[in-house]
Design a protein around this ligand. Sequence first.
Ligand code: FMN
Ligand code: SF4
Length: 685
Amino acid sequence: MNNYQAIFEPLSVKRMTLKNRVVMPPMGTNFANMDGTFSMQHVSYYEQRAKGGTGLITLENVCIDYPMGTNGARQLRMDNDQYISGLWNFNEKMHAYGACTSVQINHAGASAYGLRLDGEQPVSASNIPSKKGNPIPRPLTEEEIYGIVDRYADGALRAQRAGFDCVEIHAGHSYLLSQFLSPLYNKRTDKFGGSPENRARLTKLVVEAVRKAVGPFFPISLRFSADELLEGGNTLEDTIDILSYFAEEVDILNVSAALNDSLQYQIDKMNLPDGWRAYMSKAVKERFPDKITVTSGNIRSPKRATEILESGDADLLAMGRGLIAEPNWVNKVANGQEDLLRKCISCNIGCADHRIAKARPMRCTVNPDLHYEDDYKMKPILHPTKMVVIGGGTTGLEAAATAAEVGVNVELFEQKNYLGGLGHEIARFPDKKRIDDFITYQINRCKELDNLAIHLNQPASLADIEAIGPDIIVNATGAKPLLPPINGLKEQLANPNRKIFSIFDILDDMTKFQEFEGKEIVVIGGGAVGLDVVEYYAERGAKKVSIVEMQGEIGKDLDLITKLAMMEIVEKFGVEVHVETKLTEVRESSFLVEKDGELMELPFDLGFVCLGMRAEAPLIRELDNYARSNGAVLLNMGDSKVARRIMEGTREARDILKTIEVLENTRTQKMLFEQTKSLQATQTI
Ligand SMILES: Cc1cc2nc3c(=O)[nH]c(=O)nc-3n(C[C@H](O)[C@H](O)[C@H](O)COP(=O)(O)O)c2cc1C
Ligand code: SF4
């Protein structure tokens, strides 16, 4: 028995009994088919999380009023009875693993997906967009409001008929009900606007209609933004008061937070601690002690999860991205495999950014296969195979572990005395330390594999490779900072009393960069790395921080959450931003930059040049020659192919399975051919 028993306490809510306290909250995936039905991959994604031991699986927000209530590039529908059969099939599959199911029913209001509206204006409480820059909606008429209440009731009844154990009403996150609840969106002067009671009226009608539809014994959950975390929005206290208008008929209060313009607190940014929002569910529980409460927000560690439950801050833990990254979270914790938890690092690149900002299917930085997970381990190789991996960063580690898991004999060479590469180095920034969780997991995974040898402090030489004679060579040697030919740059970097640095200087020895007060910092380059430096200095009280970017905006390639978080830092700490500004000369204590043909000198105590990274593959030609002459396969992956993010490297590394498959197939075909030939020869004799 481990110390996390609170997680495994069953809980009954009306006729639903959960086998443990872990809830997969609703998360849009963009996996649905265009017609609003499930794709096979979609169901498989959920199945993995049910198989992994999750107590309650909540199906991502589903449209109950098409097309005006839809959101997301691909969304499931349940606005008519034709969808019931697909939903039933989903439930059967989840129940087979002992998971209970819920579905989040939703009307997007002003957050509707424009391309499906056929030119129609989205609807809302008032004419306020649900996000800065979104289309202006039109206010709903009273008659329309009552019609929408009926759609919720119809949706809930369908949920029940489709075999769900619970239904969740989405009243948060800047969707329609939230647009009525929040004073930021609701400017109405009729009985649906103004006072808290009036703003609560639509949600109250919906809750009552849903209860009438599903009857007294069916659990109803309500998700809401407890603190909207925006000036002028509902505070935690406001929301708790508002809840009193409709909480009676609700069984589960699913306490979320924030609106679209404060999304970094809803799909929590990386530096927010595990379960930081539990104080919100605690406050809700204090006011509504008879209700079941749910909290969410960066909950990754079983220790923190247990603390939240034991302290009574919440009855249930919603682990969203935690389960994207690690579908087997519950089973691994139950089996004492905590060191093998692949914890979500809250980077928001593969999930939130793909789904919300890019209309792409959900992916994950640390989990390269959301649909079929570990199924590959069931197909071990039949022919002895050797592989050499050069580079022990996240890409090299992933490729090495994956290949070894199917039976390949792997040797990994890393020239430094630590593993994890650039990811581990970036994790030295306190705000980025979660990245190390991934590396720790990869290292622990490698340790389990007897057929994987890791050589630290050993840059691979051609002689090493020749001695091993591998069938596959993986080059994963990472990237180096880009240093363009700018006047004075190389000279200043070589200056023994230099005041300018690259990202590696700061990461190599952070103790040299711990003076903040009174310092003027100038960062050249407004990409992810430059902004990490800005965050580091601005948050620690540097006197003045400036950033220079050649393009029209800073953080152009960041995921939407990190970008929002960075913009908040820029605003809060008065960071001076120079866009469309080019570095022309580097001097001892200043940068000379040019904007619109005008030169400007930016003096600094410390200057940082973060102009991007370039692929680094020093051995690649020799490896190529070796591979050609020895019939080996050479793969260059991750940053040493093209400098990108961790996610692309992890994905490419998992694709090692395709190379292994091709090699296996060729060998099997050859073996069968030889056998057939010898059989034929015997028969001829
Ligand atoms: C890709 C993505 C889609 C999401 N979609 C929804 C949604 O449809 N409904 C909802 O209530 N919350 C949604 N959320 C919020 C999550 O349910 C969860 O509250 C949030 O990610 C914070 O919890 P976590 O740190 O455990 O991920 C979404 C989050 C992500 C990352
Ligand atoms: S993409 Fe990043 S934030 Fe999203 S689940 Fe994966 S690790 Fe977590």
